[in-house]
Design a protein around this ligand. Structure first.
Ligand code: BGC
Length: 772
């Protein structure tokens, strides 16, 4: 871990250039707009270590599975978000010599990610080998308003010389995924044209026939006056460029404005890509860079209106939480229900850019509270649309009915191929069911259940029905050979969390059926027919609910993570010498699996999800037992511990857990940020503040708050959207103020007191102490 970024409330700032941290910065300073994302690569040539990354949401490649020993049921491919045409490139030459920050001295370097207005900027002075000094200032963004548009302003000023400056803006499709399984390139050229007005390049994927067209155009000004351009046009394999050169005197500023439209066959017909790209590009170019930049600031102001968190008294925490909110909003904007949130967003290639249970378990709460409910709804509909594939997946594994959603997917098909995860980490099905409950409970949108929710719930319930078996020996239903959320144990029997979430799904499905039969009888009938749901199935579900086996330690009064957990040697993490940690880098896999150490919240994940079904004493006993054994080697873990610790009044512990992920990428805490940011766990950090410190829940149609201010902060405030209202919540040591910024009244509860915050109204409450 090395902290090299400047503390600032609204920006991420790097104040000198260090090639050894460049790839980390490339991840951290990434920009995105939900439709495309771009690592913070330099526009000009850079011959040092770099992961060049431009990604188009939903454009992926089914890379043939690479595995040592094939097992029946493995997926044929691993879906990868595709590294696409490098659209940002601008070669810069000084009297014919390329500007390359790996080959010159770099002075006064500042790189800034302006999170308030949504752009990336850079300024530096390059000292070339021959002593020429060039001042460079750049700004770039991908437009939130015009999602196919990226724009760059690239200004250079010779400081101590006059000479010929050449710009070569280009589109380069000869790119490769770093994580390609067979070192293969995934793109083929379709067509290209380098023209005086605009150039374009169309590529298609070798499989699946995704087409992506990038169209570029540019202007150049000298000291603000437009120059006439007579570009030298170049076309090479998967490459187009335009070269323009200008005699430039010392202190004159030459500015290149590069506009690019990236359009894909996901949104346009194959024959229309160039036309669609050109139209989007022309509109953007005629608006001009400054207008586009202002639109960007306005769009981000809107985003922040619903999602900002203000922390007083701790700039580092303020920067950390805003960075997380910023990255989440850059990754998913929710307009397109075919898209989802990869664990690394658009900031790197690890994890394939696909969808994991992270979305339902961690991201859905963020979007539910910070955006219009249609956004979280689209995340749910994404899974609804994959229901048929989830059923196919269950058949492929030998189940006669039901649906098993994939652990990792791009299009609904499973593409993960480690047996203990692919076949055994079936708890993901529970998170998908839980997200439906979470959405309906938060938004009150019960109509969703009849429209989409019930079908998913019923098919998941059918899966659980077939996945359990009745143990004659125990006289109970059991679930054998699973991996729980804790991936540091595999092939265990009766993982408490999985058994519990399975039974919870059955309970909730029955509840929804009952509700529908009462309130929407016609739809109920239709769905029962469509699903072919038989009475013997629902009876079986009831029997499983009544007779499921849960491993317990009666002496300690805790739920056991799995049948054999107490056979392990239980030595708290704090007794391990520091050189053993992290275990995944220092221990053999075998040693990890036999140990008692827990990678991420497991039993505690269940107590978090089903929090209103367990009393504080039960939560406390389990927390006290499991927290000392947890190594939190998944960044998804500390937030759940933090939230429970808040509930239990363990405020210091809660803060310690929150800190584990608050600045995970900014401080490169896990030494892996160069692979990309931990986007989905950023939602977990948000949860730690909102559901942890602020204690936000939705219960009986009220938004419940039980806040406290961590002792390291003076106060904090946040925005939250709830059933048509937008609330600003301010929490200080001794008061809580909830202001309604909309005309829609909101039913809230602060501790145990209920209120209605009227249109544009306000509620003030004195803070009572926590009752634990
Ligand atoms: C975690 C999983 C998670 C995945 C992607 C793994 O390390 O154990 O729970 O889904 O990362 O974030």
């Amino acid at each position: 871990m090395r902290q090299y970024l400047k503390m600032d409330e609204w920006s991420i700032i790097e104040e000198s250039f260090d090639p050894s941290t460049h790839e980390i910065s490339e991840s951290i300073f990434s920009i995105g707009n939900g439709y495309m994302g771009q690592r913070a690569n330099f526009e000009e040539k850079y011959s040092g270590a770099s992961l060049q990354g431009s990604y188009m949401a939903g454009v992926y490649y089914p890379d043939k599975t690479r595995v040592g020993w094939w097992k029946n049921g493995y997926p044929e491919y691993f879906a990868k978000v595709l590294n696409s045409t490098n659209w940002i490139g601008i070669h810069v030459l000084l009297d014919g010599v390329a500007l390359d920050l790996a080959q010159c001295e770099v002075k006064a370097f500042v790189r800034e990610l302006n999170m308030k207005e949504g752009y990336l900027s850079r300024r530096f002075t390059a000292v070339m080998e021959d002593g020429k000094e060039l001042r460079v200032e750049t700004v770039r963004f991908v437009s939130m308003k015009r999602h196919e548009i990226g724009a760059i302003r690239y200004a250079v000023t010779p400081l101590n010389f006059s000479g010929m400056i050449t710009f070569v803006p280009y589109l380069d499709g000869d790119v490769k995924n770093k994580d390609s399984n067979y070192e293969e390139k995934f793109w083929l050229e379709v067509e290209k044209n380098a023209g005086p007005e605009r150039s374009y390049l169309t590529l298609k994927t070798k499989k699946l026939d995704f087409h992506v067209t990038s169209v570029m155009s540019f202007d150049v000004t000298k000291n603000g006056t437009a120059l006439e351009l007579q570009p030298v046009l170049v076309e090479n394999e998967k490459y187009v460029s335009s070269e323009v050169s200008f005699e430039t005197a010392k202190d004159e500023t030459l500015t290149l404005y590069k506009y690019v439209a990236n359009v894909t066959s996901r949104d346009h017909g194959l024959g229309q890509l160039v036309e669609a790209g050109t139209a989007a590009l022309s509109a953007a170019k005629s608006a001009g860079f400054d207008v586009l930049l202002q639109e960007q600031a306005d769009a981000w102001a809107e985003k922040w209106k619903g999602s900002d968190i203000i922390i007083e008294g701790d700039v580092s925490a303020q920067q950390g939480i805003r960075f997380n909110i910023f990255q989440l909003n850059q990754t998913y904007t929710g307009e397109d229900d075919r898209l989802n949130i990869g664990p690394k967003g658009f900031t790197g290639e690890k994890y394939g850019g696909s969808t994991y249970w992270d979305t339902e378990a961690y991201c859905v709460p963020f979007y539910l509270s910070t955006a219009d409910s249609s956004i979280a709804r689209n995340l749910l509909i994404y899974r609804y649309k994959h229901l048929e594939k989830a059923k196919e997946n269950a058949r492929k594994l030998g189940f006669t009915k039901g649906a098993l959603y994939p652990m990792v997917t791009m299009n609904g098909e499973e593409c993960h191929n480690e047996w203990e995860i692919t076949f055994e980490e079936i708890h993901r099905n529970g998170a998908i069911a839980y997200a439906i409950y979470n959405y309906v409970n938060y938004t009150g949108d019960k109509a969703y259940l009849g429209q989409y929710g019930l079908e998913v719930l019923a098919e998941i319930s059918r899966f659980w029905e077939e996945r359990v078996n009745f143990s004659k020996e125990k006289g109970k239903y059991v679930m054998l050979g699973v991996t729980g959320p804790n991936e540091y144990e595999n092939n265990v029997n009766n993982n408490w969390y999985t058994n519990r979430i399975a039974v919870w799904t059955l309970e909730y499905t029955l509840e929804v059926l009952e509700e529908l039969s009462k309130h929407e009888p016609a739809r109920y009938k239709e769905l029962v027919e469509k699903l072919g749901l038989r009475e013997e199935e629902t009876s079986k579900w009831k029997d499983i609910i009544a007779n499921m086996y849960y491993p317990l330690d009666n002496e300690r009064g805790v739920f056991l993570q799995q049948d054999g957990f107490l056979d392990k040697e239980l030595v708290p993490v704090k007794e391990l010498a520091p050189e053993h940690l992290p275990l995944n880098q220092n221990w053999s896999w075998d040693r990890i699996l036999r140990s008692c150490y827990i990678k991420q919240a497991d039993v505690l994940q269940g107590l978090y999800f089903l929090g209103d079904r367990y009393d504080l004493e039960t939560k406390k006993r389990n927390f006290d037992f499991y927290e000392p054994l947890t190594v939190h080697e998944s960044s998804l873990s500390p937030c759940v511990h933090s939230i429970l610790a808040c509930e239990l009044g363990y405020q210091e512990k809660a803060y310690e857990m929150y800190l584990r992920t608050a600045r995970l990428d900014l401080d490169n805490y896990n030494n892996d940020t160069e692979d990309g940011c931990h986007t989905t766990s950023m939602a977990g950090t948000w949860m730690a503040v909102i559901q942890g410190f602020a204690g936000l829940r939705v219960h009986n149609n009220e938004l419940v708050l039980r806040p406290f201010v961590p002792s390291h902060w003076m106060s904090f405030s946040f925005k939250v959207m709830f059933r048509g209202s937008r609330l600003q919540v301010n929490v200080t040591e001794d008061s809580i103020i909830v202001a309604n910024e909309t005309e829609t009244p909101a039913a809230i509860r602060i501790y145990d007191q209920s209120y209605t915050v009227g249109a544009m109204g306000e509620v003030r409450s004195k803070k009572s102490s926590m009752t634990v």
